[in-house]
Design a binder for this molecule. Sequence first.
Ligand code: SF4
Length: 357
Amino acid sequence: MRFFCILLMHKVESSPMHTTQLDLRGMSRDSLLACCAAAGVKPVHAEHLTAAIFRRGHSDIATIPEIPHRLRDHLLAHTFIQSPTIAADQQSTDGTRKLLLKMGDGKAVETVLIPAEGRLTQCVSTQVGCAMGCRFCLTATAGLNRHLTAGEMVAEVMVGQQISDHRVRNLVLMGMGEPLHNYAAVAEFVRIASDPKGMAFSPNRITLSTSGIVPKIYAMAEDQLPCNLAVSLNATSDAVRDQIMPINRKYPLAELMRAVRDYIAARGNKRVLIEYVLLAGVNDSLDDAKRLAALMDGVGCTVNLLPFNPYPGSRFARPDEADVEAFHTILADQRIVVVVRRSRGRDISAACGQLIE
Ligand code: SF4
């Protein structure tokens, strides 16, 4: 009976290929504990399971060592381990690697591994496609196909780690999809990823980026979700933001910035990252820079400027270096913490806004 309840609780974790089974990679340690209870074995085996699945990356239940037969039989009957296949693997001249991963139902997402100083950052997708419709983003052109489960996001990271020589240290939820549009699964993924006995990512090394779904920013604060928040702002007026990010018509700038300030206060002055994609002639004027500086004044944010990465068919252009520098200078002069992020993997379309199924 207990296990049946767990089944109901985790119904969302079942992929279309495994409609009555649970994905072990999408289960928190509490759920694994309940699994042990349902199998009639000691709770200590949940620790073994956690270590085998999330630390050692086991993908075959039959070969997980140190668990009793009774638990193994139970797991084989009621669970599976999500194991995507690599449908494409591209490597950039700068070392960035982009994988196309095919999930159990044949749906595909891209994930990107970005090396820096012997460490890896992985850009994780949270949905197949995206419903947000940001005009400068290639992913948006496909629309939303479906949400990913927490287990599928864990599997993305597992595959990324398995094919890499260096350890994946940072996770950025900036791949395909709007993470806060898939809040329940993303929150579960963040909890699993930051579990010190599981994947053991430091919460400071997990960053969730949103286009601005305001109620879910409040949910993150209330849930004290163990990760950083980034907000993809990209405009300093509602007139421009309405045009390039339709979500702004629902949650306009003032409301979004209020949510950011409230989030910072609720999380004990935890800084928020503001991402600003510079689109030539659209949002990169000196007046935009001044308005952005005013918006950021005293808020406790770090600003990342990202010169646009064009893709075939896009109607936006990348600004000149000189314009980027002038924009940066205005913010820096106002003592805003600001960096210009250099794109990685542009030659394999792995840079921000270039991911697609
Ligand atoms: S920028 Fe992000 S939120 Fe906007 S359409 Fe692209 S994937 Fe979705």
